[in-house]
Ligand binder design. Structure first.
Ligand code: F0G
Length: 422
């Protein structure tokens, strides 16, 4: 049978290279089988460190997918791998949109092409496989929608019990539908994502049976870093000059930055890109800290934006994000809801790619970076569009009036009438 994306046929090929789990802040080592994702010494975030040195890479010839890079994914036993064929998403050259911004080499890495329609699946296949390896039966997350949809799907696939905590009335309809059809138990809290996240943190702290699947789970970020590997492979070993992506909790930007670093250490690529974080104007704690050159992020209370996926005031991965932006010599941009909606329409109508509002923020943010001159016309830029447009039908009221003509096909000149309208 033909080899598919994320194909189980690629499994059984290899074992992960040696890796450790350590504190991102104080570098204290933690057992890799731990299920507690905060440093017991300083409370810092944890990270996986692979032992990497330049060597012959073993994955040439394998199809593009998350599990193509099996050696750099920290699941020890193939038996526990749960996959729905994630990764292998398109890297689309966008000449029409690029021309408007005077950019020849504009690409969109469209993560909406993943099984549940968002980049979360990259992380979920790895974190859920790890949870099974750790013999966990009950998984939980807080979410603005996509994490919940992805976790619900992978839990269904593996037969685990899934529970999600979401802010009441603030989840896009398509995402809610996904969570329900996959059979997860849904709890809603009043407030924002930040309140839901705090509830999950307390719950998993107090009850060991609930396994935390938010992006402070470092195994999730290991799956998400494969986006960087794929982009390098799709560009035949070239690294982009800049990556532009929407940022909420900051897990994805940190993971992607880690991935580029690992490919450089391995000798696959020579350079690494500048990381550009895009946030909505009224939900921009990270952009504020970057602008003020602060090394700590101040929470934003009552964040607001039409891009519900990134309506987050207290980003849980803030220390990792600030480091990624600083190390990569990147920046952060803020964009208005109006600019987000315009970018969403432009990407759909000029390049055929329909993404949810949060994802369109990357295009709007790139426009800002072109205006400020942070991105040069000769740069090779990759915008990451993180989730599919069909997830959030609420934007329908914001698209310009679109005439739908009634066709009376019983009328003898209906074809002439149709032609007259065109
Ligand atoms: N884009 C989309 C479509 C998202 O769903 C998210 C996060 C982000 C961007 C930001 O990614 O948090 O890694 O910086 N969604 C989370 C969720 C919060 O619950 O689905 P990040």
């Amino acid at each position: 049978m033909a080899c598919q994306r994320g194909q189980p046929s690629q499994r059984g090929l290899a074992m992960p290279w040696p890796y450790r789990l350590r504190c991102f802040n104080c570098h204290t080592q933690h057992p890799t089988q731990t299920t507690h994702y905060q440093c017991y010494k300083c409370g810092g975030l944890l990270e996986i460190i692979f032992q990497i040195s330049p060597r012959k890479i073993p994955w040439k010839g394998r199809g593009l997918s998350v599990w193509k890079y099996r050696e750099l994914l920290p699941v020890d036993n193939d038996r526990f791998i749960t996959t729905l064929a994630e990764g292998g998403t398109g890297l689309h050259h966008c000449p029409r949109l690029g021309r408007e911004m005077d950019l020849k080499r504009l690409y969109v890495k469209n993560e909406g092409e993943n099984p549940t329609g968002s980049f979360k699946d990259r992380g979920m296949t790895v974190a859920l496989s790890k949870a099974r390896e750790l013999r966990k039966r009950r998984v939980v997350c807080a979410s603005t929608g996509n994490t919940a949809a992805s976790l619900a799907a992978y839990s269904a696939r593996a037969g685990l019990q899934c529970m999600v905590i979401v802010p009441r009335g603030k989840i896009a309809a398509g995402k809610m539908l996904q969570v329900m059809i996959h059979g997860a138990t849904i709890f809603q809290v009043s407030g924002d994502f930040d309140e839901a996240m705090s509830a999950v943190a307390t719950l998993t702290e107090r009850r060991k049976g609930f396994h935390l699947m938010n992006s402070i789970n470092p195994f999730r970020l290991e799956g998400q870093k494969t986006l960087a590997y794929e982009v390098c492979d799709q560009l035949n070993g070239e690294s982009p000059d800049a990556i532009v992506l929407p940022v909420g909790n900051g897990g994805n930007i940190s993971a992607i930055w880690k991935g580029f670093g690992e490919f450089q250490t391995l000798g696959v690529t020579k350079a690494t890109p500048r990381m550009i974080a895009v946030q909505a104007q009224r939900a921009a704690p990270i952009a504020k800290a970057v602008r003020r050159k602060q090394d700590r992020v101040q929470p934003v209370t009552n964040p607001q934006t039409i891009a519900s996926a990134i309506r987050i005031g207290t980003p849980v991965n803030s220390t990792k994000v600030l480091q990624a932006i600083k190390e990569s010599r990147g920046t952060a941009e803020t964009v208005s809801d109006k600019q987000i909606l315009e970018a969403q329409r432009d990407l759909a109508s000029k390049e055929g790619i329909f993404v949810e509002p949060a994802s369109a923020a990357s295009i709007a943010g790139l426009r800002r970076s072109r205006e400020t001159g942070f991105i040069d016309r000769s740069d090779l830029v990759v915008c990451v569009t993180t989730g599919h447009g069909l997830k959030d039908p609420s934007i329908a009221g914001h698209i310009p009036h679109h005439e739908i003509y009634t066709l009376k096909i019983t009328h003898p000149d209906w074809i002439e009438r149709l032609e007259r309208i065109l």
